[in-house]
Design a protein around this ligand. Structure first.
Ligand code: BTN
Length: 186
C-alpha cells in the first residue's frame, strides 16, 4: 500500500519532469491566432492516462505552479503570472482540470471493463483535447476581444495535430500500463 503510494508519487514527479522536457520544444506560431502549436498538451493527456485523476492533478498542479512562480517551464522557456493572464491562460487552466475530468471518466470505463483502446481514444479526444480547446477558446475570446465563434474556428487548426498527439498518448499509455512496475498505478 505504502509502496504503491510511493510509486504513484514518483511517477507523478517523473511526469512533471516530462512536461517540463516537452516545453523545450519552442512552439510553432500560427500567425492568425496568438496561440502556438505545442507538445505539452500531449504530456497532460499522457499524465492523466497513466496516473488518473488524483495523482494526475498533483503532477499537472506542480508543473503549473512552477510556471506560475516564473520558472521557464512553458514552451519556448516562458513562465510567470503574466502568461496565465495572456491569450493562452485558458489552456493552462484547462490542463489543471483535465486530470479530474478525463481521469474520472477513464476510471469509470475501467471499472466497467470498457477501456478498449478506441473508447479510450474517443474519451481522450472529448474530455481531453476538446475540453482544452474549448476552455482555451473561451478565455482567448475574452482576453483578445475576439468573437467566441472566431476563437473556436481558429482553434480548429489545432485539431489535426491534437488528434495525432491524443492517439500517440493512448498508444504509449496502454503500452506503459503493461510494464510490471507500473501495474496498478492507474
Ligand atoms: C502556453 O504555453 O502558454 C500554452 C499554450 C497552449 C497551446 C494550445 S494547447 C491546445 C492547442 N494545441 C496546440 O498545439 N496548441 C494549443
Amino acid at each position: 500500500m505504502q509502496n504503491q503510494q510511493t510509486k504513484k508519487l514518483t511517477l507523478a514527479a517523473m511526469m512533471t519532469a516530462i512536461l517540463i522536457i516537452l516545453g523545450v520544444f519552442p512552439g510553432i506560431p500560427l500567425g492568425f491566432i496568438p496561440v502556438p502549436i505545442i507538445l505539452q498538451n500531449m504530456g497532460v493527456l499522457l499524465t492523466t492516462e497513466l496516473l488518473g485523476a488524483k495523482y494526475g492533478t498533483l503532477s499537472t498542479t506542480l508543473f503549473l505552479a512552477l510556471a506560475l512562480f516564473g520558472l521557464p517551464v512553458l514552451s519556448g522557456g516562458r513562465g510567470g503570472f503574466a502568461v496565465f493572464l495572456g491569450p493562452t491562460g485558458g489552456y493552462l487552466i484547462a490542463w489543471l482540470l483535465v486530470p479530474a475530468v478525463l481521469g474520472s471518466l477513464l476510471y469509470l470505463l475501467k471499472q466497467h471493463n470498457r477501456l478498449s483502446w478506441w473508447l479510450e481514444l474517443v474519451t481522450v479526444m472529448i474530455a481531453g483535447v476538446l475540453l482544452i480547446d474549448f476552455i482555451g477558446s473561451i478565455w482567448l475570446s475574452v482576453q483578445s476581444h475576439m468573437p467566441l465563434t472566431t476563437a473556436l474556428l481558429s482553434n480548429a487548426a489545432f485539431l489535426p495535430g491534437d488528434m495525432i498527439k491524443a492517439t500517440l498518448s493512448v498508444i504509449l499509455a496502454r503500452r506503459l500500463r503493461k510494464i510490471p512496475a507500473l501495474q496498478g498505478i492507474f
